[in-house]
Design a protein around this ligand. Structure first.
Ligand SMILES: [Zn+2]
Length: 65
């Protein structure tokens, strides 16, 4: 079983400004990859979702057409 990326990196908060990292957890359609596939724990999946939403809102991540 895959370990949660953020837990393995000892990262507590998911940084919405980290636009190099966030797309790793998005599909090519810019959807958030389900925790089952990405291996994220529930806590970090929730924080990732918030970070991605915030990054989209601020225009840091582009919606794909
Ligand atoms: Zn985690």
């Amino acid at each position: 079983m895959k370990q949660c990326f953020f837990c393995s990196q000892n990262v507590d908060q998911v940084d919405y400004k980290d636009v190099d990292l966030l797309p790793r957890f998005l599909t090519f359609q810019s959807k958030i990859i389900p925790a089952k596939k990405s291996g994220l724990c529930r806590k970090h999946q929730q924080r990732l979702t918030k970070a991605v939403k915030r990054a989209r809102y601020l225009g840091l991540i582009k919606y794909q057409p």
